[in-house]
Ligand binder design. Structure first.
Ligand SMILES: [Zn+2]
Length: 382
């Protein structure tokens, strides 16, 4: 439809729309990201239990890594010395780093916020550190991801008075991040806050949307509000954000959340859910979730999902997976992570295809109908 260069190294083509849903391509120095896209999370410069080759086989096109964790260990300067995050972790496709803000603000008892930044105590060794917008950008420049995030404050979604304060800080910090950034081969995304308050969300979307960021993130959602509140906030900002830039819904990633986000104009998602569930012996299935530790699977020769084309389902039985879990074998987490990531990546690819074919409504209806199904015979509730 259109190509809008947002910096010499980045551009976003909005290829097709189906109502509010969008299919696009975000061009980055490490390759194209076809949207909608689900990004696996590699907190400590590794997507837990998977090699980069396995991620590539899963068609992961973007992965997320965490500034807070990498700053503390091994240190962003060490990553820079090793040639940057792509080389350090041997991932040559696009990477996104968060700003570190979310993790720091989550350290409720060991951080102090002021208008200039946040002082906090490391969860690793108790040492004291300080993040400011400038520091967050400097760390993210050392890490060298393709997409970097503005330093923002995520407040409790229902506290109006505090949400105003956090939003104002987020806006002031967004401008400081823009000033602090120098590397042209990184795209800095601005973040919208405002809790569940429509007027604040509108103000934030207008303000952040006016600053010229090459992409926008919707922060402060999926942090305790209802799904209906999340959806109405997404609908509000969808109409206000510049149409020609990608939109990223941070930290959201159940199959229903991906569908609801795509229907409301979201292009990029990330979530620890698929790999975290895998480490807790659970598989995401088309119907719901399945806990493979359950004794009912001990003699079950079927794969997790007979219709799934992932490596795990093509090669291994529920009985084998349950055996690995019971014997505490590491391969269990790997095989379940492969299946869970495949499920979400495949879902976003299906949504993209449906948008391109103007068939989204049918795709979503069919998918949600499957989710209504009761577990198959012999499958206990997860
Ligand atoms: Zn599978």
């Amino acid at each position: 439809m259109n190509t809008q260069p947002t910096s010499p190294c980045f551009s976003f083509d909005l290829t097709a729309r189906d109502r509010r849903a969008r299919a696009g391509i975000f061009h980055t120095p490490h390759g194209d990201i076809q949207t909608p896209v689900f990004a696996p999370v590699g907190t400590q410069a590794t997507v837990k239990s998977l090699t980069p080759a396995q991620l590539a086989e899963l068609h992961a096109s973007l992965i997320l890594s965490n500034t807070y964790h990498l700053y503390l260990r091994p240190g962003d300067e060490l990553v820079a010395e090793m040639g940057g995050l792509h080389r350090f972790m041997n991932w040559d496709r696009p990477i996104l780093t968060d700003s570190g803000g979310y993790q720091v603000f989550s350290l409720e008892d060991s951080r102090k916020i002021d208008d200039d930044g946040v002082t906090f105590k490391s969860h690793v060794d108790g040492s004291i550190h300080r993040f400011t917008p400038e520091k967050s950008i400097a760390i993210q420049e050392n890490l060298g991801a393709d997409i970097i995030m503005a330093f923002d404050e995520c407040a409790s979604p229902y506290d109006r008075e505090y949400s105003i304060k956090a939003m104002q800080r987020t806006h002031a910090w967004a401008e400081r991040c823009l000033q602090a950034k120098h590397r042209p081969e990184q795209a800095l995304f601005g973040i919208i806050q405002g809790g569940i308050f429509p007027d604040l969300r509108q103000e934030s979307a207008r303000y952040i949307g006016s600053l010229g960021f090459p992409g926008h993130a919707i922060g402060g959602l999926s942090v305790g509000e209802t799904k209906a509140e999340m959806h109405s906030m997404l609908e509000l900002v969808d109409t206000l954000l510049p149409d020609d830039r990608p939109r990223y819904l941070m930290g959201v990633g159940t199959p229903e959340d991906l569908i609801n986000g795509v229907l409301r104009g979201v292009d990029i998602f990330d979530c620890v859910l698929p790999t975290r569930l895998a480490r807790h012996n659970a598989a995401l299935t088309r119907q719901n979730r399945m806990n493979l530790v359950n004794a009912a699977y001990a003699h079950d020769p079927r794969p997790i999902d007979e219709q799934c084309a992932c490596y795990t389902c093509q090669n291994f039985s529920r009985a084998y997976l349950r055996h690995l879990i019971t014997a505490k074998e590491m391969l269990a987490a790997t095989l379940l992570s492969i299946h869970n990531l495949y499920t979400l990546i495949n879902l976003t690819q299906g949504l993209r295809q449906a948008i391109l074919e103007h068939n989204l409504e049918q795709f979503v209806t069919d998918f949600l109908q499957q989710r209504q199904l009761k577990p198959q015979e012999g499958e206990p509730e997860a």
